[in-house]
Design a protein around this ligand. Structure first.
Ligand code: FAD
Length: 441
């Protein structure tokens, strides 16, 4: 059964660029567009910036250099430099609470207007353009009119509402598991290091995990434990365990999995307290505000960046940046030792050597069937393999900065984003610090 629901809505806000989603990609996009002199509004359904990098308590930043060059040059590098100076990051370890404040400082300094607890629920189209984006917040349901829209929702919500095609999961529609990360207090880190049980790469930890599963202390035979990171003087963040069978596009599935995984986290708390040196007095202080989602929709753009490009270390005439993280597809099911062995087999040897990277063409930011929309972050146009590389935080900063810059420049040049000459965009990105070694201004 269905009903037709009609309502007159106020156009509550007007801006040049409307960014949906304040994860790493949306933050970089909003800052980049605002620095180009456009009015920018950033809408976020949660009550904080950072997406997975804060709300889901992702503890570590994946590679941001190729060993010689900073790959997320420009806004990404600025975030890293300021994060190191303020303690929001220590090396690659993320102190989520400080990172939230840093992101907010940078957005406000750029003049971005932020609206938290505001969720995109629909769009109104005109001739393949989004005319209005519809949001719901505590004040009610309202419309926002912008010239350009950036989809940084992670899930590709905006682009799909606008009619863009997409793919999701593997051939059977299965997705990588999520993880409900957690903050731990009372860990004796020094003792833990002396104990020498760190992650699935460590035989000592593997033996303890196998025993805990055999004894029934852990209910999942998941030996792919991504591990513990010391994220501040007093806090350790756990990236464990895997949450299998999630569907990030279904709220009831996500609810059931959140409930299940809070219980699984309690199993790990007991396991660590009883089995792992340094954790005898430890406790989980909090689990993530949201489930950590690794995989969701991949919006189909004018080009689909793929595994072959990754293998070739491809270069593109319209590239907006380059990246290098390994293709890391976490198995969709637990499967004990066999699954762990398969994961290791698939990925060992795939990682790039020093100085290597693959190009990211501008076309992956331009969704098919829609004209005034750009995608950024996890949902850009890739196959599943490249998504499993480019999805990490520095990759999202790269595509976010390019999407925001292109959105703003296409307004200034009075053309659609896809008609914006790549060379013009590259010139600006290079001036702003992007890593574009194959392009000379
Ligand atoms: C468990 C886990 C571990 C990871 N480990 C690492 C790691 O070690 N290092 C690393 O670099 N990366 C890691 N990643 C990957 C990385 O954190 C994410 O892929 C990255 O944050 C994606 O950025 P994004 O901006 O595209 O999307 P997200 O971070 O998902 O942000 C999207 C934002 O959009 C908002 N949003 C969604 N829909 C709407 C809507 N309809 N209206 C309004 N707002 C909306 C969301 O609330 C969210 O804040 C990990 C991810 C997970 C899940």
């Amino acid at each position: 059964m269905a009903v037709i629901y009609q309502k007159e809505l106020a156009i509550k806000h007007r801006c040049d660029v409307c960014v949906v989603g304040a994860g790493p990609a949306g933050i970089a996009a909003a800052i980049a567009a605002a620095r180009q002199g456009q009015s920018v509004m950033l809408f976020e359904s949660l009550a904080m910036p950072g997406g997975m990098s804060t709300a889901a308590l992702v503890p570590v930043l994946m590679p941001w250099t190729d060993g010689d060059n900073v790959l997320c040059g420009g806004i990404g590098k600025e975030i890293i430099d300021r994060a190191q100076a303020t303690g929001a990051m220590r090396g690659g370890a993320i102190y989520a609470e400080r990172l939230k404040r840093l992101y907010e400082d940078m957005l406000l300094e750029a003049g971005v207007v932020i609206s938290y607890t505001t969720k995109l629920i629909d769009v109104i189209m005109r001739d393949k353009h989004i005319d209005l984006a519809i949001f719901n917040a505590k004040s009610g349901t309202f419309a926002v009119k912008a010239q350009r829209y950036v989809d940084a929702s992670g899930d590709g919500d905006l682009a799909v509402m606008a009619g863009a095609p997409y793919e999701i999961g593997d051939a059977q529609g299965r997705m990588m598991p999520g993880t409900l990360c957690s903050l731990w207090a009372g860990v004796d880190w020094h003792e833990f290091r002396l104990g020498g049980a760190f992650s699935h790469n460590d035989d000592n930890m593997l033996a303890l995990l196998r025993k805990a599963v055999a004894d029934g202390m852990l209910s999942q035979d998941d030996y792919h434990l991504t591990g513990m990171t010391k994220t501040s003087d007093n806090v350790v963040t756990g990236n464990l365990s895997h949450c299998f069978g999630i569907n990030p596009l279904d709220e009831l599935s996500m609810t059931a999995k959140l409930i299940e995984n809070r219980r699984v986290c309690a199993e790990y708390e007991r396991f660590f307290r009883t089995s792992i040196r340094g954790f005898a007095n430890a406790e989980i202080a909090a689990t993530g505000a949201v489930m950590g989602v690794r995989e969701s929709r991949r919006i189909t753009g004018d080009y689909v960046l793929n595994a072959d490009d990754y293998q070739k270390r491809a270069t593109f005439p319209d590239e907006i940046g380059r990246y290098n993280f390994g293709i890391d597809i976490h198995p969709a099911e637990p499967g004990g030792d066999a699954s762990l062995a398969e994961h290791k087999k698939q990925y060992i040897g795939q990682h790039y050597r020093r100085g290597e990277s693959y190009g990211i063409p501008y076309r992956v930011l331009c969704p098919q069937q829609v004209e005034n929309v750009l995608c950024a972050g996890r949902c850009v146009s890739t196959d599943r393999a490249v998504m499993a590389s480019l999805r990490v935080i520095p990759g999202c900063w790269i595509t976010g900065m390019a999407a925001g810059t292109a959105a703003a420049m296409s307004i200034a040049q009075d053309c659609t984003p896809r008609a914006l000459p790549a060379r013009t965009l590259q010139q600006q990105l290079k001036r702003d610090g992007a890593f574009l070694p194959n392009f000379n201004v």
